[in-house]
Design a protein around this ligand. Structure first.
Ligand code: GTP
Ligand code: MG
Length: 201
């Protein structure tokens, strides 16, 4: 049997973006509607099997509330990976994510693998099904400009455009994902793609 390769990963992001929920989905395949805010930080582990290796993630799920900000360096200091999470329906959380990325790039291990993660995409899909229902009764609205409005694509709750976040991630050298801890969409991919990027000697 393969010996797991241990990888320290830190989760960062504004309060209530869903850091703990993303980890709960990854580690226990579970979701809680009313998750309590994290105090200080929580520690969890989960293995991730790739074709050629077994990675054991040692995950530090930090507290997003501002009063805990000064604790963060303790958790990212010798991390090999980080997932910086924002809420796709909340613009301020994307600004906060960018400031975490800057802090990591300045203060953390220079080889750290960083993933930028836009969470709560299920909220966009709920809006999508209701606006599709409306679209059927408004047939004259089928020119190209109409189909690309946020309402027409079901993204009326979206505050952070996907292409803008993706372009920022590319420029900053980050992996990029959109997820829903609620439905599980995209969550395993975040950790699998990070695992693939971890250098092993
Ligand atoms: P702090 O620990 O305070 O930093 O917050 P956090 O980033 O860990 O957020 P947490 O996981 O506690 O989630 C905050 C709230 O958002 C909870 O009520 C969750 O149920 C909800 N939530 C988290 N992820 C999702 C998601 O993907 N979709 C939806 N609809 N709600 C989510
Ligand atoms: Mg939390």
């Amino acid at each position: 049997p393969q010996k797991p390769f241990q990888t320290k990963l830190v989760l960062l992001g504004e309060a209530a973006v869903g850091k703990s929920s993303v980890v709960l989905r990854f580690v226990q395949n579970d979701f809680q509607e009313n998750k309590e805010p994290t105090i200080g930080a929580a520690f969890l582990t989960q293995k991730c099997r790739l074709e050629d290796r077994l990675i054991k993630f040692e995950i530090w799920d930090t507290a997003g509330q501002e009063r805990f900000h000064s604790l963060a360096p303790m958790y990212y200091r010798n991390a090999q990976a980080s997932a910086v999470i924002y809420d796709v329906t909340k613009a301020s959380s994307f600004e906060k994510a960018k400031s975490w990325v800057k802090e990591l790039q300045r203060q953390a291990n220079p080889n750290i693998v960083i993933a930028l993660v836009g969470n709560k995409i299920d909220l966009l899909k709920e809006a999508s099904s209701s606006s599709n229902a409306n679209a059927e009764t408004e047939e004259e609205d089928d020119d190209e400009t109409a189909t690309t409005t946020p309402e027409a694509t079901g993204d009326s709750l979206r505050a952070v455009p996907k292409d803008e976040a993706e372009a920022y991630a590319k420029e900053a050298g980050l992996l990029f994902f959109e997820t829903s801890a609620k439905t599980g969409e995209g969550v395993v991919e975040v950790f699998t793609e990070i695992a693939k990027k971890i250098p092993i000697d």
